[in-house]
Ligand binder design. Structure first.
Ligand code: GLU
Length: 480
């Protein structure tokens, strides 16, 4: 048997972290088994589905490296297939038209509530006589199509994550709607549970791997497989992603979509790596790996049942590991969009000679790609805004002759290497009879307009190349 799995996002929003993590587990399992990973876009909710969300989902999956073998298939292009299946259910007496009006359904629910009963459809139109049906039709009432659920059934399956799961059919809310209301001669819009089952049968899906919020759907869907006389696939329900307080991660937690993470400066391999750890652990306890490495070792017996807490510190740590090990040219390419978005005039071709050393210098201190924006700001502008403490530093007693001495040195014998710069610092330190620390700190304040920042000498050399250091020193001297 060839393993065939699928991810089936609804394009009613951007690619959600939960969906992406489910996609990761599907992909890992497919690759581990040498099987196929299929992409299906569940766009039957025509009001809420939008092409830009589909685009966001496809590009998010691609960005993460989750390549698919078949698809994307679109459910809106497959409506005939679902209607055929519904017709089969009707023909076999496994489904029926129900003519209840919204007002009648509301009244039914109110009565149930008054008796402290759980809301459910009481199957009142299951066995209408032909005369009753004809009367409803004569009234012009639209009908939904309901699939019969035998309340006496117990549904069981062995979940690959959760072990044996049992569900009482009587807890499924009564006969379920599989097609929205329409006139009595047509079949209305097919609904989620039916469409999913028809697709999973048609696409020969062997393992349905999805979030645990779908467990009740699985019970309903198993009944549909049986009714359609199809083999029931294996099911794996993956744990929810929780926030720090143990609640389901939601929009209120700031970010939920993969493009949010992208905008925040996370790199794809780090995010994919982190998502793998959200619910799975490697047999060798490794925390840093590529998707391919994880796929070699992936199995469901190492997927947790309990919800997976989202840990920003761990994601940041992983991201920094990836950034620190990256070649400067690759890092430059990845940070370029952020630098451009910040309005920096950056020409990657023309400015390689200083951009690459800048990246080499900054890489070890980066956690997110966006950190480059702040840390490199003073390389992109001819002048800087002086922070208060930097201003105070250059205004300290004895600093003026130091900066003036350096300025003279820069113009008289222009340094070209870090060693030249060091020699100049030593010379001025000696000539002024001051501590070297004072010279270094004052130079940092003068060149960067701040007392913190990247390596002073390497930064200085880059500013030399840019032709900015003389202007900065003059600016600093003007503050005194
Ligand atoms: N469209 C459903 C969702 O996004 C798919 C669930 C499934 O995998 O069956 O949650």
């Amino acid at each position: 048997m060839t393993v065939r799995v699928r991810i089936a996002p609804s394009p009613t929003g951007n690619l959600h972290i939960g969906t992406a993590r489910t996609a990761v587990f599907n992909w890992l399992f497919a690759r581990h088994e040498g099987g196929q990973f299929i992409l299906r876009i569940e766009d039957t909710d025509e009001e809420r589905s939008k092409p830009e969300f589909t685009e966001n989902i496809l590009s998010g999956l691609r960005w993460l490296g989750l390549d698919w073998d078949e698809g994307p298939f679109f459910q809106t292009q497959r409506l005939d297939l679902y209607r055929q299946a519904i017709q089969t259910l009707l023909d076999q007496g496994l489904a029926y038209r129900a003519y209840d009006t919204p007002t009648e359904l509301d009244a039914m629910r109110e009565a149930q509530k008054a008796k402290n009963q759980a809301p459910r459809y009481d199957n009142r139109h299951r066995d209408l006589t032909p005369e009753q049906q004809a009367a409803f039709e004569a009234e012009g009432r639209p009908a939904v199509i309901r699939f019969k659920i035998d309340d006496s059934r117990t549904i069981t399956w062995t979940d690959l994550v959760r072990g044996p799961v049992t569900w009482q059919a009587s807890d499924l809310g009564g006969d379920m709607v599989v097609a929205r209301a329409s006139s009595s001669t047509t079949i209305g819009q097919p609904l989620y549970n039916l469409a999913v089952v028809v697709d999973d049968i048609d696409m020969a899906i062997t393992h349905v791997i999805r979030g645990e919020d779908h467990i009740a759907n699985t019970a309903k869907q198993i009944l549909l497989y049986e009714a359609l006389e199809a083999a029931v696939p294996a099911f794996a329900h993956t744990p929810l992603i929780l926030n720090q307080t143990g609640q389901k991660l939601s929009k209120r937690d700031g970010v939920t979509s993969i493009s949010d993470f992208q905008n925040m400066g996370f790199v794809a391999p780090a995010l994919a790596n982190y998502m793998t750890l959200l619910g799975w652990s490697a047999p060798d306890a490794a925390e840093q790996f590529t998707l391919d490495q994880a796929a070699q070792q992936f199995s469901f017996d190492r997927v947790n049942k309990a919800g997976a807490k989202f840990d920003w510190d761990k994601l940041d740590w992983l991201n920094s590991q990836y950034l620190h090990s990256m070649e400067p040219a690759a890092l430059l390419e990845l940070t370029l969009p952020y630098l451009q978005a910040a309005g920096y005039a950056v020409d990657p071709e023309a400015d390689q000679s200083w951009l690459l050393p800048m990246m080499t210098m900054l890489a070890p201190s980066l956690t997110r790609l966006t950190d480059v924006v702040e840390q490199s700001r003073f390389f992109f502008t001819e002048t800087v805004d002086f922070a208060d403490d930097a201003k105070t530093q250059v205004q300290l007693d004895g600093v003026e002759p130091v900066l003036a001495g350096i300025l003279t040195g820069l113009t008289e014998q222009p340094p070209a290497t870090i060693d030249d710069l060091k020699a100049l610092v030593n010379e001025v330190t000696k000539a002024q009879g001051v501590k070297k620390g004072l010279v270094m700190k004052s130079m940092r304040a003068a060149l960067m307009g701040a007392l913190q920042g990247p390596d002073l000498m390497a930064s200085w050399l880059i500013l030399r190349q840019r032709g900015f250091d003389v202007a900065r020193l003059k600016e600093a001297l003007a503050l005194i």
